[in-house]
Design a protein around this ligand. Structure first.
Ligand code: 4NP
Length: 160
């Protein structure tokens, strides 16, 4: 049974689909696909069914030659049970997820994405939606740092 990771942001069209696709890219590069599966979701439901934001897709293509795949879905309480690790892009996402777990049963599975960064000091992956191109490019750099740190941690923990 693969280890299942869920990346979560607000809309599931910018940050979390990028994290999912970058992680899959690293897993493939290292021959680890199949050991870990990745998915993403948004705490909000406004963009359900939509593909990744075209500005986010352009940044991933330009910086990593990576084509973002996926369609947005909303985070559900059952995700808390179904996934092994749930990574929130920012503090708001983190709190919104934990609100769906009033007994705290799954608190241990929920972490902040930036806690895995090794080169960036950020606590949050900043929401790029209302900003310009630089913000989208920065999200890609930050997520690559976090995904590399995450993958190394999972290897240390013998998950893959
Ligand atoms: P995301 O970005 O949470 O990284 O997918 C956003 C997407 C949409 C909105 C906000 C942030 N929105 O307000 O519609």
């Amino acid at each position: 049974m693969p280890y299942q990771i869920l990346f979560v942001c607000l809309g599931n069209i910018c940050r979390s689909p990028s994290a999912e696709n970058i992680m899959n890219y690293l897993l493939e590069q290292r021959g680890l696909q199949g050991k870990i599966t990745c998915d993403s979701a948004g705490t909000g439901g406004w963009h359900v069914g939509n593909p990744p934001d075209r500005r986010m897709a352009a940044a991933a293509q330009k910086k990593l030659n990576l084509t973002l795949k996926g369609s947005a879905r909303q985070f559900q309480p059952s995700d808390l049970e179904d996934f092994d690790l749930i990574l929130a892009m920012d503090g708001d996402n983190y709190r919104d997820i934990l609100q769906l777990d009033p007994r705290g049963s799954y608190h241990h599975k929920v972490k902040l994405m930036c806690s895995y960064c090794r080169h960036h000091p950020d606590d949050d992956v900043p929401d790029p939606y209302y900003g310009g191109t630089d913000g989208f490019n920065y999200v890609i750099d930050l997520l690559m740092d976090a995904c590399e740190g995450l993958l190394d941690q999972l290897r240390q923990d013998s998950v893959c």
